[in-house]
Design a protein around this ligand. Sequence first.
Ligand code: URP
Ligand code: ZN
Length: 471
Amino acid sequence: MNSVLIQNGRIVTATDDYVGDILIRDGVIEAIGHHLPAENAEIHDATDLLVFPGGIDAHVHMETPMGNGVYTCDTFESGTISAAFGGTTTIIDFAQQFHNDSPKAALDRRLAAAAPQCCVDYAFHVILTDVNPSSLGELPDLINNDGVSSFKLYMAYPGVLMVDDAAIFKTMRKAGSHGGMALLHAENGLVIQALIEEALEEGNTSPKFHQMTRPSLMEGEAAHRVIRIAELAEVPVYIVHLSAEEALAAVVEARDRGIHAFAETCPHYLFLDHSEYDRPDFEAAKYVMTPPLRDHHCQHALWRGLKFDDLQLVATDHCPFCFNENPLGILKSKQYGRENFNKIPNGAPGVELRLTLLYDGGVRTGRINLNRFVQLTATAPAKMFGLFPRKGAIAPGSDADLVLFDPNATHRISASNHHSLVDYSLFEGREVTGKVRKVFLRGQCIVDGEQWLGKPGMGEYLPRKASGRVL
Ligand code: URP
Ligand code: ZN
C-alpha cells in the first residue's frame, strides 16, 4: 500500500479553511486530521502553504486541428505538463465531429491521441458540427456508456463550425433528456461574417479588425437567443468563454427567472482589455482569440458575475498558436494571418496561469475570497461536468489531486519559463504573487518546485456523470 502524508497545510476547499494533515493511501484521500500516523508514508511539509484541490480546466484545446491544416501547438503531453505546473490536474478538452462523421468516432480518435500522452487526468466534450438523426441517435450512448455528458455547438464560423438554431434545439432536447448539456459558443456568426467581409473590402486587414468585427452586442444577441432556446427545451445551458457585458446580462436575466443558464469566463477577459489590439508590428495578433478582448465595462461586469455566481467557472480556453514560425511549420503560427486578420489562427495560451492569475488578481485584490477561488477553479467545474466528488474536493474518498500553493512567493510571468510549447505569453513580464510549489495527481507528486516528476500516459480518462445538474 502506498501512503503519502501532507502535514500542517492550510486546507482550503469551496467551503472550509483550516490547518491539518491529509493522509493519502493508494491515490485516494483516506483521512484528514491532526497528527495523523506517518509510518511508512512519504511526508511532505505544507507549513505556511495553502492546500487546494487540483484545478480543473474545463476548456482547453491540445493538438487540435483547426481546419486548413492548422493545429494548436501544444501536444497532449506538453499541454498537460504546462497544466500541471499551473496546478491543474484535470483538463476537459474537445473531440470534434467533422461533416459526415460520427461523434463516437470523433471521441475515439481523441482518446487514442490522448491516452499515451496525457500527464494529468482528462475528459472530453464532444463538438457537434453535423447534427442529423444519426449523430443525435449516438448521444444517449455517449452519455451513458462513454461518460461524455456535454456537447459543444458553435453559433459562429458559418460554413465551418456553425450550426443553426434548429440543430441547437434538437441537440438540447436529445442530450438534455439523458443528463447531457449543450455548451454554446455564443456569437452571431452570420452578422460577424458580414462585418468581416465589409472590413476586408475596405482594405482593413490588420489584427485590430478581428476585434472590430466581433462586437459584444452580437455575443449578447447569441447568448440571449440560445438561452431562450434552452428555456423552450427545458434543459440547462452553458455558455463558453463569455466575455461581453451584454452576454452576461442575458445570463443574469435568465437566472433571475429560475432558468438554468450557466457560463464560464477566462483569465484573459478578466485581466486584459482591447487596448492590446493597438500594439504595433503585428504583435496584436497574439491577442486574437474569439471572442476578442473587451473594454473595462465588460471586465467590471465579469468580476461582479464571478462574485455573485452569475458566472460559475473560470476556464482558460487554452488554444495556443506560436507567434513566429516554429519548427513544426508556419501553418501553426499567427504569421499565417499577417496579410489578413481573418486568417490569424484564433486562440491564445493560458493553461499554466489560471490559478496564479486568479489568486494574484482576484484573491489578493479582494475581488473574491479563497473559498470562491477554489469553487471557481475546481469544485464548480467538477460539479458542472459530472466529476464531483471524485474531483474538485478535499475529502475522504476523493482522488488525492492536491496543489500546495505559496501565497507569498512572487515571480515574473514569461514565455521563457513556462512549460507550454507556445513561444509567447499574453502576460509577458507581469509580476504576480502566489506560486504553485507542489502538485499531486492521485497521490503522486508530479511537480516539485521546478522539477517535473510526472510521465506521459499517467493521466487517466474520466468518464463523467450528468452535466449541468448542479442546483
Ligand atoms: O479563439 C478561440 N477561442 N479559439 C478556440 C476555439 C473556441 O472558440 O473556443
Ligand atoms: Zn475554445
